[in-house]
Design a protein. Structure first.
Length: 439
């Protein structure tokens, strides 16, 4: 059918890295072959990924060399501009001035994170250390920008060709670190919190807590029914991730997993929506805890658990993803930064993780997010109108280039309390505006 012909890619050396990159960027729309004659005889779009000039109509990309290497080594990054976008791994000659496949692989594999020793106060790779932040393309799904421009270059050579668009999906997600503000907390925490608010002169909070604990008001963080009503009205399929650390410690301050009220919420939501584990901070230090938490959630909902997002986005390559795979996780939603909103892997679509230490594509499907409420609130300290503007701009960017528009919200920031009501409205406005755009 016109416009749907497969792209033939000629490459004398077909490495696992090249095969992975082509499959990620083009899916079934492209085939890589080392057979030059087959390439020359192809009657559809052609990309020559070699150092050799071929006297036939084709788009020529000079290989940089990264995709023929194995192992991890420091890479020289020289930024250039192409079609109005940042680019790197400059090459000579060719139709385009850089190796788009090598550059895409570098970003997708998170190559720089294996090399960097920079850490934030939580031991995470900081957004500010990334190439995307330094080169000011963090808020672009840059790989998709390149591929769209590449598609236009191919159309100039092969007018009947149309690169298939990536479908847009709108997916709100929620991290449930603390299901209740006051109820179902340990008695000692309730008592300490009660007197602490009084001592600090926070009389409104003191009265609120008193009303909730006496049964005269609902817990402000228990927004689950309100969220469900909104999602049902807008026909949305949100994803929920529950923190179920067995021991309260450090940033793991969740309600006890054995709590019946918490379990009832999880069970009710699991009947309609995908439920995933939110592996505790402690599980990063004690890997056996990961399986324990997964099994705990599985027992609560009586279903296998194969999705996750790391609590506090704690992630280290390759250890975190290797542990998730070993624990049976198939889909992970951690790919994003805490301190900056944007596209950590410069890609808005889901993609399989490539393990650089083992030089192979894995079965772990990565679902990047590009916005988190806590980033705007605690890291960037943005006023609500600026946070809303950023959220809508990122959503529009994903609509333009396709992929999963994934944002993270927390139930305790979606309350009707005076300090949070504007954030709750931001969330609802965003859902109502974009709910019908998903394909």
């Amino acid at each position: 059918m016109a416009g749907q012909k497969v792209i033939a890619i000629y490459a004398p050396n077909i490495s696992p890295r090249l095969s992975y990159t082509v499959a990620t960027l083009f899916g079934n729309e492209a085939l890589v072959s080392a057979n030059k004659l087959t390439f020359l005889q192809h009657d559809g779009p052609r990309i020559n990924y070699s150092h050799e000039f071929l006297d036939v109509r084709n788009l020529w990309i000079h290989p940089h060399g990264l995709l023929e290497e194995s192992g991890i080594a420091a890479q020289e990054i020289e930024l250039i501009q192409w079609k109005g976008f940042a680019a790197f791994f400059k090459t000579s000659d060719g139709t385009i001035p850089f190796d788009v496949f090598a550059a895409a692989f570098y970003l997708l594999s998170r190559y720089e994170e294996y090399l960097s020793h920079e850490k934030d106060k939580y031991g995470r790779f900081p957004a500010e250390a990334s190439l995307a932040f330094k080169a000011r393309f963090l808020q672009q799904p840059l790989i998709q920008c390149w591929i769209k421009a590449l598609g236009w270059e191919l159309r100039l050579l092969f007018p009947d060709f149309r690169l298939q668009a990536i479908p847009f999906q709108f997916i709100p997600t929620y991290d449930i670190d603390l299901a209740f503000a006051y109820l179902n907390q340990p008695l000692t925490k309730q008592v300490v919190g009660f007197f602490k608010t009084l001592y600090q002169g926070k009389f409104e909070a003191f009265l609120e807590m008193a009303k909730v604990l006496s049964g005269n008001a609902a817990d402000p963080s228990d927004q689950f029914q309100q969220l469900q009503t909104l999602h049902q009205e807008l026909l949305l399929q949100p994803h929920y991730f529950f923190l179920l650390a067995a021991k309260r410690l450090g940033v793991d301050k969740n309600i006890a997993p054995s709590n019946q009220a918490l379990q009832s919420i999880i069970q009710a939501l699991s009947k309609q929506y995908p439920i995933g584990i939110h592996p505790s901070w402690q599980s990063g230090d004690e890997p056996a805890l990961l399986l324990s938490e997964i099994n705990c959630l599985s027992k609560i909902i009586d279903k296998p658990i194969n999705t996750s997002r790391q609590h506090y986005l704690r992630m280290q390559f390759p250890q975190t993803y290797e542990r998730l795979l070993a624990a049976g996780i198939q889909d992970d939603y951690t790919m994003g930064y805490a301190s900056q909103n944007g596209f950590r892997a410069s890609y808005a679509g889901s993609f399989y993780w490539y393990n650089l230490t083992r030089e192979c594509k894995t079965n772990l499907l990565i679902h990047p997010f590009c916005y988190m409420d806590a980033t705007a609130i605690f890291y960037k300290r943005e006023p609500v109108y600026e946070a809303a503007k950023e959220l809508h701009e990122l959503t529009d960017m994903v609509i333009q280039y396709g992929g999963e528009m994934m944002a993270i919200f927390h139930n305790d920031f979606l309350t009707q309390q005076p300090e949070w009501i504007e954030w709750s409205q931001l969330h609802e406005d965003w859902l109502r505006k974009y709910a019908t755009t998903s394909s």
